[in-house]
Design a protein around this ligand. Sequence first.
Ligand code: ADP
Ligand code: GLC
Length: 478
Amino acid sequence: MKVLSVASEIAPLVKTGGLADVVGALPAAIRAQGVDMRTLVPGYPVILKALKGGVQVMTEGNLFGGPVQVLLGEAVGHKLYVLDASHLFWRDGGPYAAPDGYEWWDNAERFAALSWIAARLAHESDQKGWKPDVVQAHDWQGGFAPVYMQRLGASHDTGSVMTIHNIAYTGSVGADAMRDLRLPWEGYNAGGFEFYGRISALKAGIAYADKVNTVSPTYARELTTPEFGMGFDGTLAHKGGDFSGILNGIDVDVWNPATDPHIETYKVLRGKLKARAALVAEMGLAEASGPLCVVVSRLTEQKGLDLLLAALPGLLARGGQLALLGSGDPWLEGQFREAAARHPGHVAVRIGYDEALSHRLIAGGDAILVPSRFEPCGLTQLYGLRYGTVPVVAMTGGLADTVIPLTVATRIAGVATGLLHAPGNAAALSEALGTLCDVWANPGLYQQMQRNAMKHPVGWDVSAAEYAALFKEAAKTP
Ligand code: ADP
Ligand code: GLC
């Protein structure tokens, strides 16, 4: 089975969130299932610089305004097709935005180009004869691939899977872009890629792909409801059995407290104290009588961290502490900076993106907070489990699928790994933080939960097999 994964990010080369981790981890995880997965990514400068042994396998004279070539090579263990298109990707800044933070004006063309090349690889095979059985498109950036596959005639013998990591990013553009984007007018309707009078690349992927999946079973169910579906609920419900949820895993080698190069390593819970002490010193925290809570997150509406600001005084009053690493919304950044200034020694905030510090926080914390309004899967609560850092999470999406909440039943059975609270509700979060402080005051119970957490399977084994089965269903050739 040959699968071409199409994505705008891949860890550790280009990452803005969990998408990159999943795209980076899946090829190795699924190899054991007999799947040869290669990844098509944009030729950002950082990718072209990292690419080793790149050979040209495809060209096109004019793809949305300039000549392009496709290189096949390797970078940090990944087998990559790289779309080398200097007019689209050879720029300073992030994958989606300029250094000033504004989104690139031509994002629709940039990722349509990526999707077009995916369809061509499916249709023609590369010059070395590799041709995928299935194309897996990640998020809106790959969404047009199934449309182009149909347009080029590739969908007869090549299957397609649309993987939704986050429904909030629709990849919309005005309908006047139709011709420039090489889209067929017959697709511009409610059953196709039309979305509130515009074109949506995500809707295109959902409508045209043979199979659609998202990154947890609970989020898959939520997405078919108006409350979470953000306008896609009807389309997704219509997919019926062709829409499913497969839980993300994490790279258990990168996230391993016994070998993690960023921390004071530990194999058993007792050893975690050293990592905690190091974090307390690094963040300038004082002695306290409550749990040290950590957050590693993008600061966006989705993540519900405004609710944490509201619940923070209650946590601090109980002797709890907060150490947060994140960046994003300037208002949230400012609010957390202010909270740190108001409570020195008890609230520590680092604004920015820092991979190494994220490991030290997750290793050193007593609890990790993920109070999201919605969360397709979430990875940091999985890191928390692996490091014995008790997750306190909103009962939504993948958070609900990965944490065994402390209840009367799980307490008696001795299997709880964390705490759950209603999403989007500061009072519920406050109450959960109160419970956390109560449990923290009972070291026997707290340590049992930490040990349970460390034993919880968070790797890719089960989900890689589910992806392999999904690709098999999507493939057109037996
Ligand atoms: P999302 O993809 O919605 O941001 P996930 O929990 O799936 O949420 O993935 C987020 C990923 O990004 C995790 O690997 C997390 O550790 C990482 N991350 C988020 N913010 C930061 C940051 N400021 N510094 C370092 N890593 C971060
Ligand atoms: C998205 C989601 C997150 C998920 C990640 C990887 O960014 O917000 O919940 O874990 O994709 O699938």
